[in-house]
Design a protein around this ligand. Structure first.
Ligand SMILES: CC(C)(COP(=O)(O)OP(=O)(O)OC[C@H]1O[C@@H](n2cnc3c(N)ncnc32)[C@H](O)[C@@H]1OP(=O)(O)O)[C@@H](O)C(=O)NCCC(=O)NCCS
Length: 156
């Protein structure tokens, strides 16, 4: 069973590992090797320190192991990240992360949520009611690779 809990500084090495393996393992269907390196090559645990202090970062834990992570910027009504380790893809971890972040966003007063989706994750977000609003942009969080802007207008 997957548990979602708030991330701590001690989780940052595991978050970085999941982030890298997820981009490399699940992104390669839609990105060039160069884009994957832009996306995953420069990730370090330090990257998450500010986010953990300033935003809402969670990890998905199964049998004591971090298998996914997610990030919400409630101030901007933005889902910043949802990443699942390739070995656990397709097992409901992404759903657990996204629905948790949406619930927290709703409790904090967000009525719409926006995000930059990787090209490979568009179907996942559509499954949960997000609609494409912009294409052909080069921005995925901090990483300058092609991404798709998506918005969900009714957060319950
Ligand atoms: C996108 C991602 C988070 C999905 O996580 P996951 O744990 O594999 O997804 P789940 O198993 O929870 O799937 C939930 C539902 O979404 C669907 N789904 C999952 N990934 C999908 C995809 N890429 N396209 C279409 N549907 C998808 C599943 O079929 C499932 O539908 P169902 O409830 O009708 O059976 C995961 O593939 C991932 O980490 N990708 C690489 C990193 C990434 O691109 N993250 C997004 C950055 S913006």
């Amino acid at each position: 069973m997957v548990t979602i809990r708030e991330a701590t500084i001690a989780d940052t090495p595991a978050i970085a590992r999941v982030h890298q393996s997820s981009a490399r393992g699940l992104g390669r269907t839609h990105y060039t090797p160069e884009d994957i390196e832009t996306w995953a090559g420069s990730i370090t645990p330090e990257r998450y320190l500010h986010s953990i202090e300033e935003q809402y970062v969670v990890v998905a834990v199964e049998q004591g192991e971090i298998v996914g992570w997610g990030q919400l910027n409630a101030e901007k009504s933005e889902i910043v990240a949802v990443y699942v380790t390739p070995a656990r893809a397709g097992a409901g971890v992404g759903r657990a992360l996204l629905t948790h972040l949406e619930e927290v966003a709703s409790n904090l007063g967000c009525r719409t949520l926006s995000l930059w989706s990787s090209l490979n994750a568009v179907g996942f977000y559509q499954r949960y009611g997000y609609q494409v609003t912009e294409r052909s942009v080069d921005k995925l969080s901090n990483d300058e690779i092609p991404a798709i802007r998506m918005v969900k207008t009714t957060i319950t």
